[in-house]
Ligand binder design. Structure first.
Ligand code: DGL
Length: 260
């Protein structure tokens, strides 16, 4: 195993890069390994059993690269596999993307809070259950918004179609009267600007910054120095183009695939 301590992050595709971007600002010099499981995207429509299986193999890989702390940079995997990963890899410090955000919502002034997420995340009830423990007086209004991830991955950001679809979801009566909105999928922060034009006075929760802060607080080796490594289970031109266009990442992505 590598001696240099690193931070690992994984997601089904582009979404986790919103967390990586926030983390690069917070801990720019710390070596990181990002893994996008594009072969199995979207996670949000998979069974919990499949998400657990994919996540475990990725974590095994990240551990073998020297990752001491792993950010489950995917809400669907945090919800479906978070507990199982903690049980299976006791040597790893995991940061999931749900707990830090729920803590922020619990502390916030808003009583009625909206959540947009994938089917897997909303089905799990992970946000609702955790918020109930921390702030039982608050109301969480959850809506699954499965079209948003394919729209983003397929390059529809900024085309107006993203705004139409988001507007359709935000008009859902289940979200009536919300005072804050959680982008409960790591892809959704990419819709922040579009959303803010529609969210009159509703606070958009900055989930990537909140998660990055949780990582800073948990990371014991700020002196570790190194580059970020970018890995994918399936390397497509469209993914590389989107990573370059949205995040300015022009890296040499490595294809890393695990046997079934
Ligand atoms: N970005 C991920 C999430 O936060 C997964 C989206 C997907 O692959 O469906 O849930």
């Amino acid at each position: 195993m590598s001696e240099v301590k690193k931070i690992g992050l994984f997601d089904s595709g582009l979404g986790g890069l919103t967390v990586l971007r926030a983390l690069e600002r917070a801990l720019p010099d710390v070596p990181k390994v990002y893994y996008g499981d594009t072969l199995h995207l979207p996670y949000g429509d998979k069974s919990d059993e499949a998400i657990v299986r994919y996540s475990k193999r990725i974590v095994e890989f990240l551990v073998a690269q020297g990752c001491e702390l792993i950010v489950i940079a995917c809400n669907s995997a945090s919800a479906a596999a978070g507990k199982e990963l903690e049980r299976a890899f006791p040597q790893v410090a995991f940061i999931n993307v749900i707990d830090p955000v729920v803590s922020e919502v619990a502390r916030g002034a808003e009583q009625r809070v909206g959540l947009l997420g994938t089917r897997a995340t909303v089905r799990s009830g992970a946000y609702a259950d955790r918020l109930l423990k921390l702030a039982p007086e608050k109301e969480l209004c959850s809506l699954s918004t499965p079209l948003l991830v394919p729209l983003i991955e397929d390059g529809f950001l900024g085309t107006g179609i993203d705004a139409q679809v988001l507007n359709h979801y935000l008009k859902d009566e289940r979200l009536d009267g919300i005072e804050a909105l959680v982008p409960g999928c790591t892809h959704y922060p990419l819709l922040e600007k579009v959303a803010e034009e529609m969210l009159d006075g509703v606070r958009w929760i900055d989930a990537p910054a909140i998660v990055a802060q949780a990582v800073v607080e948990a990371w014991d080796y700020p002196e570790a120095v190194g580059l970020t490594r970018y890995c994918l289970s399936d390397k497509t031109d469209s993914f590389l183009a989107m990573a370059a266009q949205i995040f300015g990442i022009h890296a040499d992505w490595e294809r890393v695939r695990f046997p079934d």
